[in-house]
Design a binder for this molecule. Structure first.
Ligand code: NAD
Ligand code: UGA
Length: 457
């Protein structure tokens, strides 16, 4: 039996530890956080994040071998293995502001571990970190006069929100990096043994520390690059009457390209893609690789362009003014099946329309509370409405910003009747039946598709 601790009870710490506890009943898993309200939520029926299947997993092992606590120091002292899953946002101040990772939470954790440890520990990097962070971690952990062994292992997390539980239960791969020393390899084996409870051994891959750390940034950069690539072509489609979905299908059938992650959209969001690419850009600049840095930076710039293009298109289609017009935004989360609104393109479009003095109504099945917080001051100028039919009533336009399946299943004939005319739909996720909507009477503009506009009568 091992005492496993995870510091950070967020989108990664909570779900990953719940699955580890469920799959390894002989281990004791404790998740701690300095945010007392979050811990209280993990202990309640209202978990702090919405994630399909999460509640069932948590309820199956909570208070048996899975515990949530605020007592960071006591649990550090008791732990054999410590996963560190704290936030590593983009730095907003000083050197590297806007690009480098802000490692203050990370470093604070390293110092807490050092201060409260009396027995040997394996410290596992679960957060996404710049390559060679383990070296800094090791230096902090070994800066004491007690002769306490610490091994730092990298085990980046690849789960995507909305599918966190199936991603954890059936991962494409688990990556573990460690030092090539007897104690490093022993520590690596201890982490392999945890995952081997349910992950086939050939899908658990082991590398050196730096490859593991850097693989995580590169995986996110490649995924985001695919979206920016398809989005860049969507702009060309809109000029040439080619159809981005037909193109994605055609190229995706090439097995070297593959069909997944080719959905053109209003842009990628989420807490990680942008921050991790900017971190990669910062690292490349730091090592004097300016061309490499500029190459990856363009993935983020293209994403900003795609979002700006989307709201400009709303404006130009609606006779260059939306001031005083009600516009219903369908979706606030950065993708479907999550309540997370961090870096959500929906909120960027919302802000741009508020700036144009539109009467913006935001609807979403799970993410309105987070949207209200993230919009800050702008929230006062937005109407939050859980019912999409009420949101659309009297609106001049609807914009689909999150691909929640429920938005595809609404009664658009009834919605059309309730709207101001001419009625517009802007499909930022290409989830609707555009021809069907056009025949109802809507003017339809979708990403990377020819517009369907009724002639003036
Ligand atoms: P999060 O903000 O949801 O959770 C981090 C938690 O750590 C917060 O609750 C915070 O209060 C806590 N924390 C920070 N410092 C602490 C300390 N010293 N002691 C106790 N608690 C502390 O972040 P997240 O989305 O879970 O991301 C965590 C890391 O995982 C990041 O590096 C991120 O890049 C990476 N990651 C995230 C995802 C994802 O889908 N969100 C996926 C893969 C990797
Ligand atoms: C992403 C990666 O997929 C995970 O492997 C990684 O662990 C995680 O980042 C992380 O490090 O945080 P996530 O951001 O949760 O996961 O969700 P994705 O499914 O990757 O979607 C990201 C964004 O891209 C969303 O806004 C989504 O709508 C958009 N997207 C995705 C598209 O616009 N088109 C696509 O084809 C796919």
């Amino acid at each position: 039996m091992a005492n496993i601790l995870c510091i950070g009870a967020g989108y990664v710490g909570g779900p990953t530890m719940a699955v580890i506890a469920q799959k390894c009943p002989e281990h004791r898993v404790v998740v701690v956080d300095m945010d007392g309200a979050k811990i209280a939520a993990w202990q309640s029926d209202q978990l702090p994040i919405y994630e399909p299947g999460l509640k069932e997993v948590v309820l199956s092992c909570r208070d048996k071998n899975l515990f949530f606590s605020r007592e960071v120091e006591r649990h550090i002292a008791e732990a054999d293995i410590i996963f560190v899953s704290v936030n590593t946002p983009t730095k907003t101040f000083g050197q590297g502001a806007g690009k480098a990772a802000d490692l203050q939470y990370w470093e604070k954790t390293a110092r807490q571990i050092l201060q409260h440890s009396r027995t040997p520990k394996i410290v596992v990097e679960k957060s996404t970190l710049p390559v060679r962070t383990a070296e800094a971690m090791e230096r902090i952990l070994h800066s004491h006069d007690r002769d306490l062994p610490f091994d730092v292992v990298s085990n980046p997390e690849f789960l995507a929100e909305g599918t966190a539980i199936p991603n954890m239960q059936n991962p494409d791969r688990v990556l573990i990096g460690a030092r090539d020393t007897p104690s490093g390899l022993k520590a690596m084996q201890a982490i392999v043994d945890i995952y081997a409870h349910w992950v086939p051994r050939e899908r658990i891959i082991t590398t050196n520390l730096w490859s593991s750390e850097l693989s995580k940034l590169v995986a996110n950069a490649f995924l985001a690059q695919r979206i920016s690539s398809v989005n860049s072509i969507s702009a060309l489609c809109e000029k040439t009457e080619a159809d981005i979905q037909e193109i994605a299908h055609a190229i995706g059938l090439d097995s070297r390209i593959g069909p997944r992650f080719l959905n053109a959209s209003v842009g990628f969001g989420g807490s990680c893609f942008k921050k991790d690419i900017l971190n990669l850009v910062y690292l490349c600049d730091h090592y004097g690789l300016s061309e490499v840095a500029r190459y990856w930076e363009q993935v983020v710039r293209m994403n900003e362009y795609q979002q700006a293009r989307f709201h400009s298109r709303i404006l130009s289609s609606m006779f260059n003014t939306v001031a005083g017009k009600r516009i219903a935004l369908f979706g606030a989360s950065f993708k479907a099946n999550t309540s997370d609104t961090r870096e959500s393109p929906a909120l960027n479009v919302c802000r741009a329309l508020v700036e144009e003095r539109a009467e913006v109504v935001l609807t979403d099945p799970y993410a309105l509370d987070n949207a209200r917080i993230d919009l800050g001051e702008d929230a006062r100028r937005v109407i939050f409405e859980p019912d999409p039919y009420v949101a659309a009533a009297n609106a001049h336009a609807i914009a689909i910003l999150t691909e929640w399946p429920l938005f595809a299943d609404l009664d658009y004939e009834a919605i059309y009747r309730s709207m101001a005319k001419p009625a517009f739909i802007f499909d930022g996720r290409n989830i609707l039946n555009h021809r069907g909507l056009f025949s109802i009477g809507f003017n339809v503009q979708a990403i990377g598709k020819p517009p369907l506009i009724h002639p003036a009568r």
